[in-house]
Structure formats: structure tokens, C-alpha cells
Design a protein around this ligand. Structure first.
Ligand code: UDP
Length: 421
């Protein structure tokens, strides 16, 4: 067991507020600056499971510099990966149960979850803060044990609309003990939680991040040829996601096989670099997916980073692909969808609530429920480049209006203030 369970995540990136205020309408800009003035000097501490890999780490990486640029003293701590596989296996089970899987968690597993969280709480108590923000279930108990009486917020980033009851019942009283509880979708809010504590707003993507760069298709395809051996001229379909059953990569392969009947030269890239330390199940899902793909030369699977620049590879794939799919069955939000839409890609998404929030079916992308529908929409977009372009334009507009970071920062400020009152 490492001495310290919490590790400070060093965020050295510095930005100036003028760089992002330009993405805001005048009224919201004024409101953001007023809120920032009132929160100036306050210490906000965010805690999550992992410093890299997955949407929450992606958000915090940007949120911390944004908050600091507006005068808030923001810091980020994540759980030391050396805490061990047992802990992350339990938290993965809790995650899956909260998303609706019927998972049995044994007494020793609950005990492990509590034991590590007690230690996280000890570490947390040594950290000074005005607002403590706990992201997702891994450090959930720790937040409730530590800093009694302080302004504490729990962020639930996953789809809890049909949580598995035996696990939800254990977690529910802990979540209720927080002063504010944030969900990314109203349908995720369980009836039993006190209404006055609930806030609902979606995450967002950072327009200043290198991840969101627009790169010419030619350059991006050249990169994928060099770094991933993907032929530069073939129609390319891609899903960028951790290897996770909820992301349904198997369904993507099934659909792709149908697409190949029409477009035999098409290729599929499944990009899910194994970066997060809190996801021991990824290796198993990857193994199953690789087995189904077999020795097919048409399917490219990226799992082991092997010295690759993950962020660069990701942004290149998002720009290079002819079609981006995100075939998830459950998704708290799905940053990968907004990221691709920002790059003018009309995403074909699964029926997950988080994705429905972003895609207006037939306008800026498509929502599909089966591999057949997915294949049909991939073929449609490949055969209608003008329509694809128009939908891509609409996709970018949606993100600009609803899912960009400055709006998220304003939501955070309002939240912190409501909590400090
Ligand atoms: N991501 C990445 N490379 C990968 C897979 C994922 O950079 O190979 C990033 C992706 O760009 C996004 C985040 O990981 O920023 C995933 O967030 P999302 O909300 O889509 O899903 P989560 O992993 O949190 O369930």
C-alpha cells in the first residue's frame, strides 16, 4: 500500500481568460466575470480516480487552468494507481452496477472499497479547501468522511437512470450526504434524492485544447498511414473509446461487416488506448473484440499505447475518419461525440441518453439502435458527401452553442456559489 493514496495532479498549463471569453455571448461573459469576482481566492479541490484516460480526467485537465485563470485556487488530486487492482476491480463493479448491470459485490469487496476510501479521507483532511468536489464513485465515501461541515459536491458522470438496486441502496445515503449532487442528464436523477441538492448540466469540450484542433483530412490520413498503417485513400470508419462493454465495440464490428458488402475497400479503426488505471476490465473486452475481428486486415485495433502519443493519435483519427461512430448503449455524456462534432463530423451514435443529448437525429448526426441501422447510416453518409458535409456543419454549431467549456465553467461557478451560501 503506498504511503499516500491521493496524488496531486500537476497541471502546468496556463491560459488567459481572453482566450476563451471570445466563445461566450456577451451576457454570459458578463455573468461569468461577476461570478469569478465573487469566488476570487477560494480554494476548490477536485478529486477523481485517475489522472489520465476517460472523460473526467479530460475535463479536469482543462477545468483547472480555466478556474485558475479566473482567480480561483483550483487543484486536482487523483487516486494513486499503486493502491492496487482489488480496489479498482470493486469500483469498476460499482460503476457497472450504477449503470444498470446486475453485479454482485461481496462483503470483502465492500470492505476493500471502504478501507481505501478511509485512507483517501485521511489524505483529504490534510488538504485545505473551501469547496471539495468528488467525481464519480471511486472516492465517493472519502468525500463523505472528510471535511465535515464543508461545502462538498458529488459529480455523477455516469448514467444512473436504471441503477442496480442492491448497489444503489448502499451508495444512495452517501450521495445524499453531499451538499450538492450534479448529474449530466435529468433522467439520471433518482427520485429519492433531495431536489434542492440536485443540479443538472452537461460536460463540455475545451476549444483551446490541442485535442480539439482541426487538421486537414490529408494531413490526418498521412499521419494514420505512418503511425497506424491505415491506407490513406480508403473510406475510414472509426470509433474512439475505451474498450468497455457499454461502448459496444462488438456491435460496431457487426455493422462494419455489412458496410463492407457495399464498400469492400472500407476500413474500421477501433481506437481505445489503455490509459486509465481504474479500468481492469478493458483488457478482457479488448481480448474479446480482437478475437471477433480475427486476423482481418480491414479492422485496425489500437489498445496498447506502445509509445504512441495518445492525444495526437486521437485528434488525428477524429479528423481523418470519413465516419465517426459512438455505438454506446449507456453514456453519461460521451465527450468523444462532442469532440468529433466540433471537427464537423456528423456522428452516428448509439441510443445512450448522453449521446441523445448531443445528436438530433437526422440533423447533425444519427441515433441508431441496431447494427443494421448503424450499417445503413454509415452507408448513407458514405454515399451522400454533400449531406454529410451539411450535417457536419450543423454538428459544429451544436457544440458551439451548447457544449463548449466556457459555459461549463459558468455552471461550475454557480454551483460553487450555491454551495458556499
Ligand atoms: N480518449 C482518447 N483516446 C482513446 C480513447 C479515449 O483520447 O483512445 C479520450 C476521448 O478523446 C475523450 C475521453 O477519452 O476525451 C473519453 O471520454 P468520454 O466521455 O467519451 O468517455 P468515458 O471514457 O469517460 O466513458
Amino acid at each position: 500500500m503506498p504511503k499516500s493514496i491521493l496524488k496531486k495532479v500537476i497541471v502546468s498549463k496556463q491560459i488567459h481568460s481572453s482566450e476563451f471569453l471570445k466563445f461566450m455571448p456577451a451576457r454570459e461573459k458578463k455573468e461569468l466575470l461577476e461570478q469569478a469576482f465573487e469566488l476570487r481566492g477560494k480554494r476548490v479541490v477536485h478529486v477523481n480516480a485517475t489522472a489520465a484516460g476517460g472523460g473526467v480526467a479530460e475535463i479536469l485537465k482543462s477545468l483547472i487552468p480555466y478556474l485558475r485563470s479566473l482567480g480561483v485556487q483550483a487543484d486536482w488530486y487523483s487516486i494513486n494507481p499503486e493502491v492496487g487492482k482489488e480496489f479498482f476491480t470493486v469500483t469498476n463493479k460499482i460503476h457497472n452496477a450504477l449503470q444498470g448491470a446486475a453485479v454482485k459485490i461481496t462483503s470483502p469487496e465492500w470492505a476493500e472499497y471502504q478501507r481505501v476510501n478511509k485512507q483517501i479521507a485521511d489524505d483529504l483532511d490534510k488538504i485545505d479547501c473551501d469547496v471539495l468536489v468528488i467525481n464519480d464513485p471511486q472516492p465517493l465515501l472519502a468525500g463523505s468522511y472528510s471535511h465535515p461541515g464543508k461545502a462538498k459536491i458529488y459529480f455523477s458522470h455516469i448514467d444512473t437512470s436504471a441503477a442496480f438496486m442492491p448497489v444503489w441502496k448502499k451508495i444512495f445515503p452517501v450521495i445524499s450526504s453531499y451538499r450538492k449532487i450534479v448529474f449530466s442528464n435529468r433522467s439520471f436523477v433518482s427520485g429519492g434524492l433531495p431536489r434542492r441538492k440536485i443540479k443538472v448540466f452537461t460536460p463540455a469540450i475545451d476549444p483551446l485544447a490541442s485535442k480539439q484542433k482541426i487538421i486537414t483530412r490529408k494531413e490526418a490520413r498521412h499521419y494514420l498511414k505512418n503511425e497506424g498503417d491505415i491506407p490513406p485513400a480508403c473510406p475510414l470508419v472509426a470509433q474512439i473509446s475505451r474498450f468497455d462493454v457499454w461502448k459496444n465495440p462488438m456491435g460496431v464490428i457487426q455493422a462494419f461487416r455489412m458496410v463492407e458488402n457495399m464498400y469492400p475497400e472500407a476500413r474500421l479503426a477501433l481506437v481505445g488506448f489503455n490509459e486509465a488505471k481504474d479500468n481492469p476490465a478493458a483488457a478482457a473486452v479488448h481480448k474479446d473484440v480482437a478475437a471477433v475481428a480475427g486476423n482481418s486486415k480491414d479492422i485496425f485495433i489500437f489498445f496498447d499505447p506502445k509509445g504512441k502519443n495518445i492525444a495526437e493519435f486521437t485528434v488525428m483519427t477524429q479528423n481523418a475518419a470519413d465516419i465517426i461512430v459512438q455505438n454506446s448503449t449507456k453514456e453519461g455524456f460521451g465527450l468523444t461525440v462532442a469532440e468529433a462534432m466540433w471537427k464537423r463530423q456528423p456522428v452516428i451514435g448509439g441510443p445512450a441518453s448522453g449521446i441523445r443529448k448531443q445528436i438530433q437525429n437526422g440533423k447533425n448526426g444519427f441515433i441508431v439502435k441496431t447494427p443494421e441501422e448503424l450499417a445503413e447510416k454509415v452507408i448513407f453518409l458514405l454515399s451522400h458527401p454533400k449531406k454529410r458535409k451539411a450535417m457536419g456543419k450543423a454538428a459544429r454549431k451544436t457544440v458551439l452553442q451548447k457544449f463548449l467549456f466556457p459555459r461549463l465553467v459558468l455552471d461550475h461557478f454557480k454551483l460553487y456559489k450555491s454551495c458556499l451560501k
